[in-house]
Design a protein around this ligand. Structure first.
Ligand code: PHE
Length: 369
């Protein structure tokens, strides 16, 4: 009897000291398991006299019931504590302010992308896409640059090796696109006029200096409908640059140029003031080339399955990285793609300042950078 009381005291003490469910389970096994101390005592009953067996059996059963109850209570206590700890740990304070704690920044190219899409979106343009790996038909031929056309040399093209009968030999069947103009063709092949799209995306040329990187970004524009003239082109692009640079007025001029896929072709310049240290857009007597454009060549319309006798159109191509450099005063293009977080911290944008025509394009009111 004394032994039983002692054992009970010990077991209850152990149970109360248990720190987690696992150690509680260990105690249960040590006491009530197959070889547990109470189980052993119960096995020992067999060797006792009938009288003793009766008395001892009753006490042991009582002990067992009591220990089980204490175990059960402790178990629910521990379970509750574990749940509370978990809930506390995983709690998210949704009221915490996001800024200025947010470290992430939007890359200037992504910012320009958003700005360009919102401006043209407002004008009723849709966004079109094409593949980075392009066939020479879409990248050149359909754009009025047949095989051996000297204009193909104007682009420092990356050609992809073509697999032929299992062997790799150089063939000009595939390139990584040198411009976004192939998306013009892909759009025309899919859709009859009226067409009004922009096609922003990555483009590639083998070139590397402060204003050229092998991968860069362009946005293509294409409008095709009946009675489209160069006046539409000029109006559209003027509205674009004015809105993009967030100016009430901006001097622009068009210089005659050449692209095989437009006729006539032009380059658009915007007025600026160039000093040693910076370029100020919208004032001064200097000019800055900003984009290439023109009226879609009849051969290009034909290649896209559109009748040039019925439809006309204009197209343009703008370097988006260049737009970013000009608008945000970033001097070296190569730094765009070095993935240096210090650079991004300096030139990047707060993630919640989304560009839109209603809330402001760049939100450049001092808090973005
Ligand atoms: N694709 C031309 C380039 O990359 C730009 C351009 C596009 C010019 C559309 C005219 C019309 O230089």
């Amino acid at each position: 009897m004394e032994n039983i009381e002692k054992l009970k005291g010990q077991v209850v003490e152990d149970i109360n000291k248990a720190k987690d469910i696992k150690s509680l389970e260990d105690i249960r096994v040590a006491v009530l398991g197959k070889k547990g101390s109470i189980t052993e005592l119960m096995k020992g009953l067999a060797s006792l006299s009938v009288e003793e067996k009766k008395e001892m059996g009753k006490n042991l059963n009582l002990l067992k019931t009591e220990v089980e109850a204490v175990l059960e209570t402790k178990k629910s206590e521990l379970e509750e504590a574990e749940l509370n700890a978990k809930l506390n740990n995983e709690r998210i304070d949704v009221t915490l302010p996001i800024r200025p704690e947010t470290q992430g920044r939007i890359h200037p190219v992504s910012k320009i992308y958003e700005e360009v899409v919102s401006i043209f979106g407002q004008m009723g343009f849709a966004v079109a896409e094409g593949p980075d790996i392009e066939d020479t038909f879409h990248n050149f031929t359909a754009l009025n640059m047949p095989d051996n056309h000297p204009a193909r040399q104007m682009h420092d093209t990356f050609y992809l090796p073509k697999e032929k009968n299992g062997s790799q030999d150089m063939d000009d069947s595939y390139v990584i696109r040198t411009h976004t103009s192939p998306v013009q063709i892909r759009t025309m092949q899919k859709q009859q006029p009226p067409i009004r799209i922009i096609a922003p995306g990555r483009t590639y040329r083998s070139d590397y200096d402060a204003t050229h990187t092998p991968m860069f970004h362009q946005v293509e524009g294409l409008v095709i409908d009946k009675n489209i003239t160069m006046a539409h082109l000029k109006g559209c692009l003027y509205d674009f640059v004015k809105t993009f640079f967030e100016l009430d007025e901006i001097p622009v001029r068009y210089r005659p140029s050449f692209f095989p896929f437009t006729e006539p072709s032009a380059e658009m310049d915007i007025g600026c003031l160039k000093t040693k240290s910076e370029i100020k857009i919208g004032a001064g007597n200097d000019w800055l080339e900003i984009l290439g454009c023109g009226m879609v060549h009849p051969n290009v319309l034909r290649a896209g399955g559109i009748d040039p006798e019925v439809y006309q159109g204009f197209a343009f191509g703008v370097g988006m990285d260049r737009l970013a450099m000009l608008k945000y005063g970033i001097p070296d293009l190569r730094t765009f793609f070095e993935s240096d977080v210090r650079w991004l911290k300096n030139y990047g944008f707060a993630p919640l300042d989304e560009s839109s025509m209603t809330n402001g394009l760049s939100n450049n009111g001092g808090q973005t950078r």
